[in-house]
Design a binder for this molecule. Sequence first.
Ligand code: SF4
Ligand code: SF4
Length: 433
Amino acid sequence: MTQNYLPPRIHLLAKPTGAICNLACSYCFFLAKEALYSGSRFRMSDEVLENYIQQLITAHRSSQVTVAWQGGEPTLMGIDFYQRAIKLQEKYRKPGMVFENTMQTNGTLLDDEWCRFFKENNFLIGISIDGPRELHNAYRVDKKGEGTFDRVMQGLRLLQKHDVKYNVLTTVNRVNADYPLEVYRFLRDEAGTDWIQFIPVVERINEEGHTLYQRGKTVSDRSVQPEQLGSFLSLIFDEWVRNDVGKIFVQTFEASARKWLGLPSGMCVFEETCGIGLVLEHNGDLYSCDHFVEPEYLLGNIMKKEISELAAAEKQYRFGQDKRDSLPHVCRECKVLFACQGECPKNRFLTTSAGENGLNYLCKGWKAFFQHIDFPMQIMTGLIRRGYPALEVMRVMVLEDAFSQAGRNDPCPCGSGRKFKRCHGTRKKERSI
Ligand code: SF4
Ligand code: SF4
């Protein structure tokens, strides 16, 4: 009997326009994928669309179904396409099933009509924006090489005007990584978002000098450096943990808190195994992961085999388990393994000092970040475990700052009236990593 590896839930990203986009962001790993389907029109047909929706519903064992649209630029399909997708969701809906449609877009093609459609159909929109104008325009350019900041902001303002739910996805690259607080404050205060996803740019360059496949041991000069990533996230964390807990949701910080609580992080990169985030190309080809749209990771085509069968195949199960099984020894012995899990396999192309392959390019950055947040995370999770709200950590951190800045002969910040050196100045911070 063939073993069935279908996980309880799968997450599927559909790319109805494949790699096609109206912009040409310099670091976009997906634009190069056009070469995989040369001669294609890059438009999902109605036949593929109907099969996709019907099979997605069949493959779900839960009543919550996320229908995630991505690209390329998914708005290039036009509103009609998504109207048909909504009708199909109604047609195949099982009793009690609830859908959430999400779309990741560069925002530049949005208008009032799109926003009315999103609002009416309860879409959650992810806007790709890399920070204030100059930082965003460093790499997010159109086909003429011109910055897209103003057009993205115009789209974002339209979403706000129509009260459409949105969040932001910000890449962390060689340029904006040196401006963490400028980026964070911009996203919070100017873009007006309360949910932020940071994605490190790591563009591998293979022997032929291009970035089509996840091969090669060097990175492009647009890629973030590991130390940059560590300090970028740490500095933003310091601001967040003192001011914004419970108000602003930074995906990496939320995932970290869950790890410190011993819970699943909600981010594949920080899980022990992966393999439940698949990608559907415009023609029905299903791949193991968004970052592995390569012939080797093609699971099959949904016009020939059901999604539930392809997602449950041993090939996909192995892909997910390999994440854990291929960890080098330095990771297995690492004190922050519980949080990092060696991060994403696509970034594991360094050799350790002992000569073992598979160390993550971003290792130094992740290690520095997880060590940096250990103390506040211990406080926050301690509060949560005792039934207090997580945001109490902000008050504790303010006190911590006062204690750490107090001189030996200053009055103790606790208010005892004694000198710091005779009161809390004798205490040492508990650190476990
Ligand atoms: S390969 Fe990386 S991005 Fe893909 S599912 Fe695994 S951890 Fe996630
Ligand atoms: S911090 Fe580095 S050594 Fe530790 S688990 Fe992550 S990649 Fe491995």
